[in-house]
Ligand binder design. Structure first.
Ligand SMILES: C[S@@+](CC[C@H](N)C(=O)[O-])C[C@H]1O[C@@H](n2cnc3c(N)ncnc32)[C@H](O)[C@@H]1O
Length: 250
């Protein structure tokens, strides 16, 4: 059966859905490899804006790396989790298209797992406005590595209802130049409960009718219990490819 890709209207509904599962998001989503932070943000940067910061998964890694971080996030539910998880960081309501910060106030901007929700034609000039000349924009996605058989099976179960199209190697253009990309392979160890939270925090799962969401989560639990590669494993090791894009503001 062909699974339909999502329309623009559905995309907006998905983009706005995260707050409803902010706690599952915080518990279940993976961190990012430290090498990604180092590649995406120059060590000479001081002021860094984390756009679409969510519950602060990337924000906390920026703070740990020693940057002065401002987080911008449209969902109040996600901001609440962020404020609790990364105390002391400045958190603002806003989007990549409307950033509540002055012109030329940041050395770097990043978007982790969020660029696919923005309108690039509005976000690109807005991010350029906030960056100082020579400032950088870094985009990053953690993608599950489907070359491992059980992960491919998990992917089939997760996408029984919808398949989300994501361009993880976007062009930027306009005020941005020197576009570069890299990929980092790594493995994330998590419990079964955390894996179920990872699934429950996907936008296309959040927006499902409750009965279909319960069925999907039940199918994931069944896979975890029955797959020969996973049986008797208390902890799971999920392989990821982290895709990174960076560019410099003219
Ligand atoms: C998959 S989450 C990523 C959160 C966080 N960056 C992380 O890595 O865990 C996507 C986030 O983008 C936010 N978002 C949706 N549309 C956005 C927009 N136009 N500008 C900025 N953020 C947006 C959502 O509210 C959500 O918190």
């Amino acid at each position: 059966m062909e699974i339909p890709s999502i329309s623009d209207q559905t995309r907006q509904q998905h983009a706005a859905s995260f707050g409803a599962a902010a706690d599952a998001y915080r518990r279940g989503r993976p961190p990012y490899p430290r090498a990604a932070v180092e590649w995406l943000v120059p060590e000479t940067a001081r002021d860094v804006v984390d756009l679409g910061a969510g519950t602060g998964k990337f924000t906390e890694q920026l703070v740990a790396a020693g940057f002065e971080v401002v987080a911008v996030e449209p969902s109040a539910g996600m901001r609440e989790q962020l404020a609790a998880a990364v105390p002391g960081v400045a958190v603002h309501g806003g989007t990549a298209e409307h950033i509540p910060l002055p012109d030329a106030s940041a050395d770097a901007a990043v978007m982790a797992q969020a660029w696919h929700w923005v309108k690039p034609e509005t976000a690109i000039p807005e991010i350029a406005r906030v960056l100082r000349p020579g400032g950088t924009l870094g985009l990053v996605w953690n993608i599950r590595d489907l070359t491992e058989p059980w992960v491919a099976e998990l992917d089939d179960v997760m996408h029984e209802h919808t398949r989300e199209e994501m361009d993880t190697a976007p062009e930027l253009g306009g005020p941005f130049e020197q576009l570069e990309r890299t990929e980092i392979r790594w493995r994330h160890t998590l419990t079964r409960a955390e894996l179920l939270d990872m699934v429950a925090s996907r936008s296309y799962v959040i927006v499902l009718p409750a009965s279909e969401r319960d069925e999907l989560l039940g199918n994931v639990a069944e896979l975890l219990n029955s797959h020969p590669d996973l049986a008797d494993h208390e902890e799971l090791t999920l392989p990821y490819v982290t895709r990174c894009t960076r560019a410099v503001r003219r």
